[in-house]
Write a protein that binds this ligand. Sequence first.
Ligand SMILES: C[S@@+](CC[C@H](N)C(=O)[O-])C[C@H]1O[C@@H](n2cnc3c(N)ncnc32)[C@H](O)[C@@H]1O
Length: 334
Amino acid sequence: MGDWTTIDWEALDRLRRIFIYQKEPPNTPYWTCEKDLDSYDMTFAERIGWKWDAVLSHLKTLKWEPKANNLLDWGCGTAIASRRVLSTFPQHNWNDLTLWDHSILATQYAQKTLRNRFPELNVTIASSAIPQHWENKGGLLLISHVLNELTSSSRLELIQLAHQAQTILWVEPGTYNDSRNLIAVREELSEAFTILAPCTHQANCGLLTEENERHWCHHFAKPPTEAFTESYWTKFGQRMDIDLRHLPYSFLVLERTSDLPASTNLSRIIGAPRQYKGFTKILSCQETGVSEFELQKRDNPKLWKDLRKGKAGSRHKWEISNGRIIGNPSTSQK
Ligand SMILES: C[S@@+](CC[C@H](N)C(=O)[O-])C[C@H]1O[C@@H](n2cnc3c(N)ncnc32)[C@H](O)[C@@H]1O
């Protein structure tokens, strides 16, 4: 592992151009050497890790625990997703972890990193996009920031693989396109799986209606304090032109289970509430669809204040009248 003084900034500039500007999936892997991966791991991947932290912390509030003992990190890169999941559930009886990436450099780097950090774990590199052992037993599938790099045939393969999983944890950037792509995946897999999050229901995605065409399903993670206090993160933000305070992501958690989450009539806030003088507009998703609701400060000053400070959590049981949140909504859940 390198340290911040060894970062190859030019490699990061090149990767950034690929991530942001390349419209077509790259034909060949873009990792050229271990230093690329090291530099990525300390920066972009760490930032992705903050999104995983938000998702995993949300799953903990849902009292979700891993069921499978084996993991498959598909499109693993440096395997930040695996590391975050393993560290969040250290007591779980993990047996083995399989890595797949079309870059052998990436899988080797990920394997080395994981073996150093989790020496008890059996970490292997898959020899194909749909590992044979997976076809028979499935497991916990991790997918992170990969969808927009796939050709249509790789995407098909990934969906085929996903169909074998017991549980899928999938995190993507919070852009319009990435979210819309993930919604398409949700609709393809929803018959075979129970949707645990972000949806609070199993109905069709409410963002697919014509009137919601301009919206997308995204959420905001909270970066750790070091993102604002450490000079290297300042340098990273400035050089990559990334506002580190802003950490949007999209995610999907699916599980093959017959236990439906208890029907709660909960809504989830999509994106960030928009604050105006004396009222807030909230895009809210629930079983009946996605709608914009208004909260007048005078109707619930505490909730209004919590929303403004980002402390209100994302899941709520609203009481609605004529598009307005009224009364005293029950305590929010993260
Ligand atoms: C932006 S990186 C994300 C890496 C890692 N999942 C993360 O969250 O940090 C995308 C990864 O997907 C891999 N990838 C792209 N196309 C792929 C394909 N068709 N099959 C497997 N891996 C692919 C790339 O090599 C790269 O490692």
